[in-house]
Design a protein around this ligand. Sequence first.
Ligand code: FAD
Ligand code: NAP
Length: 341
Amino acid sequence: MSLVIQSDVSLKPFNSFGVEVKARLFAQAHDDAEVREALDYSREHQLPLLVIGGGSNLLLAGDIQALVLRMASRGTRLLEDDGQRVVVEAEAGEPWHPFVQWTLGQGLSGLENLSLIPGTVGAAPMQNIGAYGVEIKDVFAGLTALDRQTGELREFDLEQCRFAYRDSLFKQEVGRWLILRVRFALSRAEHLHLEYGPVRQRLAEQGIERPTAGDVSQAICSIRSEKLPDPAVLGNAGSFFKNPVVPAALAERIRQAHPGLVAYPQADGQMKLAAGWLIEQAGWKGFREADAGVHRLQSLVLVNYGNASGRQLLALAQRIQRDIAERFGVELEMEPNLYGA
Ligand code: FAD
Ligand code: NAP
């Protein structure tokens, strides 16, 4: 057995909120064999298994009575290349942003708008990560997952993943699928997505008229670095709430009382509201109680000023949810995955 299992391990270094909780058992899987060892161990000892990657989309509200398995498998490869369309594959434990940089270094376009998102390749399909008008479903070419119920390997194509806004089959069937490696279909020709206002604007400010995928990546990195707190400095899990999609009539009612409402029409006729705008209007921007707070520049991001517990962060999130429901009649759904509550 090569898997090293430790007991009572602090998860503070393994969650981007920097919340101090303990894992009853903790191990890191470097390959498929170690993943199977962890599965066997959890089954034999009748202990739940919690798989994590970079811990950047977790809210840990208490100690985790499980074997926490951190995916640490590494490797990237080109699988197919017809001179235009190139399929690449990465192991689940590959850190996401360096993987994006690697694809750009290979002259491949497709992932540039998803630059600087923390976390791992294996977690990216969980919530179909998205930013600046692109989601992984737009360039997804397949993935290999282990069915934790049967121990069998299964290949998934785009349709089978049931990707939606910050959602997927893997998030719905929580705890069933362990993602081992993911494939993306990228392009040697550049089809850039510049429709998100700040991207075009930043490129224009830099005097770049005909941007490359690398230029777009750099512009997005600079926008993100200005707006978002770095988890290494200030604990956070990115956007804490999903942007709610509501009936157009509700959006219109809110707009009558708040003419500045930020809302985007959806293909199905509903409206996507900017959750951060609602939270800011309700006066929560910069709010702080003990070490749990709402970021002073970005109301969608809850932050840990140092010693906030997961429970304190959760309590703050629930107060915000109640307030937004009372003021606007809108239910905010939490985005990070909650464990130990
Ligand atoms: P973790 O937090 O470790 O895990 C997340 C979930 O996935 C958990 O339920 C876990 O059990 C499960 N999981 C992890 N790995 C696997 C696996 N191999 N197989 C099966 N299940 C697994 N998200 C966006 O979509 N867009 C953004 O722009 C964005 N920006 C962010 C900015 C900041 C500053 C931060 C802190 C977060 C941001 N996020 C964003 C959220 C987060 O980075 C992503 O959701 C990321 O994909 C999480 O990856 P992770 O490896 O850290 O997952
Ligand atoms: P922003 O540019 O201030 O915009 C606020 C919200 O309005 C965004 O969340 C976005 O929704 C929506 N929006 C903006 N322009 C849009 C357009 N042209 N069409 C449709 N919707 C539009 O947002 P931000 O907070 O700085 O984030 C920028 C991007 O990074 C967003 O895509 C955001 O999702 C992503 N991001 C995600 C996380 C996370 O943890 N999930 C953290 C940081 C940033 P969408 O969110 O639906 O795109």
